[in-house]
Design a protein around this ligand. Structure first.
Ligand code: MEV
Length: 333
């Protein structure tokens, strides 16, 4: 008889190189101390979901249908309309994908998913990584991290409506600080000094599904933008060295330059700019949007912990919600 099982996965922030990673350049991300978690309990019959407070009872056919529909691939618009009528469709799809690939049968269960992540923090990858690890525990299947990462990536392909770079699932599964490049591979970065980061949430939804194709179009049309994208890749490589040796001053400058380039791609917003400006005025060494842009979150690098508190206050005064988090936490567990 299965027992109650749990798993949790952190969220992520991108420190450098969002969008650039989609185009084969290097980016840097870190797992953050805000989490999603999944609990699975055996049930006597039927299937019960509590997905971020959305509660639904379903049957075996609903799982089969979700698997059949999403397995073929759907456009972002198709996904949004499917998701509107069933907010558990991706979970059902991934559960069936896991069971089919492991030749296991669907068993009655109650699944509860919670998340404290904000938009732009890798929410779908984090939720799906915790779901898959909890499911493996429920079925007493040993699962490797790269397999969890593969399922979380499959979920992101659907949720993002395109081909994500893979930086989100990689970061939330392995944890720590990572230097990511989809062509050349991923490497952990060891840190010398903790990075006093503040996250500022604009409270506007991130528009990754809009900004990714927009940036891709600009790259196709303009050589200047191509050169700027290459520069982001070089910034990330230098930033990895700065993180290793704890050079916060230089990191701040690199963040500001990365943000200047992202502005050239028109994916910053007035609200992001307001929070960035407020952070810099409060003494941040650097600040930039983080993730897809077009809303979502920004990050600021403080001089020290006291400065971090002043920046958090300034972000809230400017109309955002500030989070003081630890970076480089453990991945899915
Ligand atoms: C999303 O967290 C980051 C982007 O670079 C998209 C991706 O990497 O797939 C904007």
């Amino acid at each position: 008889m299965s027992q109650v099982v749990k798993a949790k996965a952190p969220g992520k922030i991108i420190l450098f190189g969002e969008h650039a990673v989609v185009h084969g350049k290097t980016g840097i991300a870190a797992a953050v101390s805000m989490y999603s978690d999944t609990e699975i309990r055996p049930a006597s019959h039927g299937f019960f979901f509590d997905n971020l407070g959305y509660k639904v009872i379903c049957d075996r056919d609903d799982f089969l249908e979700a698997h059949e529909t999403l397995r073929k691939g759907v456009s972002k618009d198709e996904f949004l309309s499917l998701f509107k009528s069933d907010r558990t469709i991706v979970s059902k799809y991934l559960i069936m994908k896991f069971l089919t690939e492991h030749e296991l049968k669907l068993r009655p269960m109650k699944i509860t998913i919670r998340s404290e992540l904000r938009k732009g923090m890798g929410g779908s990858a984090s939720i799906n990584a915790s779901l898959i690890l909890a499911l493996a525990r429920f079925y007493k299947v040993t699962i490797a991290l790269d397999e969890i990462s593969r399922y979380a990536y499959a979920g992101d392909i659907i949720c993002h409506g395109g081909m994500p770079s893979g930086i989100d699932n990689t970061t939330v599964v392995y944890g720590g600080f990572i230097k990511f490049n989809k062509r050349n591979g991923t490497a952990p970065i060891s840190i010398k000094t903790k990075l006093p980061i503040v996250i500022g949430d604009t409270l506007e939804p991130a528009a990754t599904a809009v900004t990714v194709p927009k940036v891709t179009e600009m790259l196709k049309k303009s050589r200047r933008h191509k050169a700027l994208m290459n520069e982001i890749g070089s910034i990330s490589i230098e930033a990895a060295r700065c993180i290793r040796r704890g050079d916060l001053e230089r990191l701040g400058k690199l963040m500001n330059r990365n943000q200047e380039i992202l502005r050239e791609f028109s994916i910053s917003t007035p609200k992001l700019e307001r929070l960035i400006d407020a952070s810099l005025r409060a003494g941040a060494l650097g600040a930039k949007l983080s993730g897809g842009g077009g809303g979502g979150i920004m990050i600021a690098l403080a001089r020290d912990n006291n400065n971090r508190k002043s920046i958090a206050k300034a972000i809230e005064k400017a109309g955002g919600k500030a989070y003081i988090v630890e970076l480089g936490v453990k991945g899915v567990a």
